[in-house]
Design a protein around this ligand. Structure first.
Ligand code: C2E
Ligand code: CA
Ligand code: CA
Ligand code: CA
Length: 277
């Protein structure tokens, strides 16, 4: 109950900051937004640190209100989580993303999409099957999709969650541990769960070229991930000097405003045309 109240307060606080007339986000408004397609996938390209090509594209949810304003996910994901709406939200985004992936491919942007999972996705019994059905119905290969799970989402790695991650891997999807370094148990998760990718949280990336503590932690994480056969993504890269340092310590992929902001599907093609030239 407290958590629900907190999520609600967060949402109210956000809307108060962005609009003249503050309106609380209710569960029913969110349910309706999911049903009517008002929640849409935005896309943020992730860059291969060596080749400078697009390595993958993260899918980030955005809610467009009737007045045209875009509400960021931190305001409504907690409400979806506590209101039992994560599954319809995920499947609405996946459904729209597989439509977009075909358009991107046709335009020469052939990179896998990465979707974020919440804790309640991982306890959904038929998650892997429903993803497979959606992809198959659009004739899309499992290598075109990856999933991201935040380190803090899995406070305890139960048998159910572990089995879900394993089944995702068996079905051929990459699985990333997201926001690495922010939780309490990231290292123990790595010991048991078959993650393919480690995403270092942006708190370590910010000013990394100037910060010996961030450097020590990030360098160690890169060596560890590579020894475990995982590749490493740095999140929140905003400055060229950060990117330069991250290349030197052999981070594999870079994500951040320096390269691209999250954007709607149409804008990705324009961005890509400019990126190639
Ligand atoms: P995340 O998965 O860590 O996603 C990265 C966040 O960092 C995004 O915020 C992105 O816009 C932001 N970001 C990327 N590059 C930079 C940068 O260079 N500087 C800064 N300051 N920020 C950067 P966003 O889109 O607001 O998403 C926030 C969080 O909401 C995500 O964090 C993710 O945990 C969650 N989220 C987003 N979409 C979904 C979804 O469909 N399902 C679930 N369960 N969670 C989602
Ligand atoms: Ca993510
Ligand atoms: Ca992250
Ligand atoms: Ca995050």
């Amino acid at each position: 109950k407290l958590k629900r109240l907190w999520a609600g307060r967060l949402a109210v606080a956000h809307l108060t900051a962005c609009t003249d007339q503050p309106q609380p986000i209710t569960r029913s408004a969110l349910a309706e937004a999911i049903d009517t397609g008002a929640i849409q996938p935005w896309y943020q390209p992730i860059i291969d640190a060596r080749t400078h090509q697009v390595a993958r594209i993260e899918v980030l949810a955005r809610w467009q209100t009737q007045s045209g304003e875009w509400i960021p996910p931190d305001s409504f994901i907690p409400i979806a989580e506590y209101g039992g709406l994560i599954q319809p939200l995920f499947h609405a985004l996946l459904g729209q993303a597989v439509e977009d992936i075909k358009r991107l491919k046709a335009d020469g942007l052939n990179a896998p999409l990465a979707l974020n999972l919440s804790l309640s996705n991982l306890t959904q019994k038929d998650l892997v099957e429903t993803i497979a059905i959606t992809l198959a119905s659009h004739d899309i290969d499992s290598t075109c999709l990856g999933l991201e799970i935040t380190e803090t989402a899995i406070t305890s790695l139960t048998q159910d969650i572990l089995s879900c991650i394993s089944r995702l891997r068996l079905a051929g999807y990459g699985v990333a541990i997201d926001d690495f370094g922010t939780g309490q148990s990231g290292l123990s998760h790595l010991k048991v769960a078959p993650f393919t990718e480690l995403k270092i949280d942006r708190t370590f990336i910010q000013d990394i070229h100037l910060n010996p503590v961030s450097q020590a932690i990030t360098k160690a994480a890169v060596v560890m991930a590579h020894d475990l056969g995982m590749y490493v993504v740095a999140e929140g890269v905003e400055q060229a000097a950060e990117a330069q340092y991250l290349r030197e310590i052999e981070v594999d992929e870079l994500q951040g405003f320096l390269f691209a902001r999250p954007m709607p599907g149409d804008a990705v093609l324009d961005w890509h045309a400019a990126w190639k030239t």
